[in-house]
Write a protein that binds this ligand. Structure first.
Ligand code: NAP
Ligand code: G4F
Length: 374
């Protein structure tokens, strides 16, 4: 890195990827500016450890209020910040919720991307500012090829994926039309201990931890057959940065190249606490039972029903199978993941067990202070 500190602007800084990316860029010596939404409660849990008092000197982490649906706000901020790199991570990112809020999703995820690109163009920053667009494997939807690569045709299956399809192509268009350095990272699912609680992996690791600790009896999921290519978010944010350091602006698939069914993610999460599961029944009648409990710390009764299917979690149109082919990123960028799926699940389970032990302590009449276990 040259002497002048690089400046990054991250939209979606309060999200899973925004938090890991901020940490990563700060460690690299960047000055990081983040866009956060106003909310009635604090929404900065994931980045509180990076927060710097506005009254101290030599700060390198700044937060700004804003919203992807507000052009004037984005133009003003980009003008003030003059970023070398923009990471556009902000989005209504929940596929199931996008069926409930399709217009808002189109506005924030689709047009929001246009607003960033056009702000850079309007401000004459086309040659200075590099842009990373958070594209997604959801673009492949009803997959036209297995595995999916940069050349696989898209077939989006949700308002979220359709909005992201607009964002993908408007990024390509601004690159071609105005010579901007703008890239899509087509990232497959990536998870972590700070993954949002309503995505399936975190829903599973939280529930399994609570069941093991005796805080909950069972939990409900939707489609257990869906298959995803799951990686660790820490590995994936490193790739976002590498994508913007490449000589040429291009689009990149980032994936592990392995796929796993939701049912097996459940099985592996229970295995982390020494519990073996048995699945019986089919479709909406399928249930998960405790077959064996090999960890004396967690006393689960053999035959106990711990998982049921609730069709309310089915989606109007589902994406059945995602598996990425990251050959291009591997060969041209040196992409490699430090975490495989077992390591990811271990990381998430260890973190959730620790988190839920706080709840158990309170339930058992402990001091009403969450700091006790820190
Ligand atoms: P996330 O945890 O849901 O974070 C989304 C971020 O966007 C949050 O900071 C959220 O703010 C912010 N946001 C939402 N709507 C906004 C709006 N209208 N204006 C400003 N900010 C807004 O998502 P993530 O997992 O970190 O994913 C980051 C990006 O990558 C998203 O664009 C997602 O669609 C995409 N992606 C994710 C994956 C994955 O597996 N994680 C895979 C491919 C692509 P609040 O905190 O206030 O809600
Ligand atoms: O964890 P999910 O909600 O993630 P999904 O839909 O794959 O989307 C995530 O990954 C995308 C990348 O491919 C991102 F672009 C997107 O922003 C998001 O981060 O669901 C995964 C699978 C689905 O097939 C879903 O139907 O799990 C299935 N599932 C089964 N039961 C469930 C549940 N999903 C959720 N959220 N909740 C359930 O109870």
């Amino acid at each position: 890195m040259d002497n002048k500190q690089k400046i990054a602007f991250i939209t979606g800084v309060t999200g899973q990827d925004g938090a890991y990316l901020s940490e990563f860029l700060l460690k690299k010596g960047y000055i990081v500016h983040g866009l956060k939404r106003r909310s009635s409660l604090f929404n900065t849990d994931r980045i509180d450890h990076l927060y710097q008092d506005p009254h101290v000197n030599n700060r390198n982490f700044f937060l700004h209020y804003g919203d992807m649906t507000d052009s004037t706000n984005l133009i003003r901020l980009i003008k003030e910040i003059q970023p070398d790199e923009i990471y556009n991570l902000a989005a209504m990112s929940h596929v199931a919720v996008s069926f409930e809020t399709p217009e808002y999703t189109g506005n924030a995820d689709g047009l929001g991307t246009l607003r960033i690109l056009d702000a850079v163009r309007l401000l004459g920053l086309e040659k200075k500012t590099r842009i990373y667009q958070a594209s997604t494997s959801e673009l492949y939807g009803k997959v036209q090829e297995v595995p999916q690569s940069e050349t696989t045709p898209f077939y989006p299956r949700s308002p979220y994926a359709v909005a992201k399809m607009y964002a993908f192509w408007i990024t390509v268009n601004y690159r071609e039309a105005y010579g901007m350095y703008a890239c899509n990272g087509i990232l497959f699912n990536h998870e972590s201990p700070i993954r949002g609680e309503t995505f399936v992996t975190r829903k599973i690791t939280r529930a399994v931890s609570r069941i093991a600790l005796g805080l909950q009896d069972k939990f409900y999921l939707g489609n257990l057959d869906a298959k995803r290519d799951w990686g660790h978010a820490k590995d994936y944010v490193r790739m976002m940065w590498m994508i913007l350091q490449a000589e040429e602006a291009e689009d990149w698939v980032i994936a592990t190249g392995k796929t796993t069914a939701v049912r097996d993610f459940v099985r592996m999460s229970f295995a982390e606490v020494g519990v073996e599961l048995d699945f019986k029944g089919e479709g909406v009648d399928e249930k998960g039972y405790v077959k064996a409990c090999n960890n004396p710390e967690f006393q689960l009764e053999i035959g106990k029903e711990v998982l049921c299917v609730d069709p309310k979690y089915f989606r109007p149109t589902e994406v059945d199978l995602l598996i990425g082919d990251p050959t291009k990123a591997r060969t041209k960028l040196g992409w490699e993941c430090k975490y495989d799926l077992p390591a990811l699940i271990k990381d998430m389970m260890q973190s959730d067990i620790k988190l839920m032990q706080k709840d158990q302590y309170l339930k058992d009449g402990g001091y009403n202070t969450l700091n006790y276990f820190e």
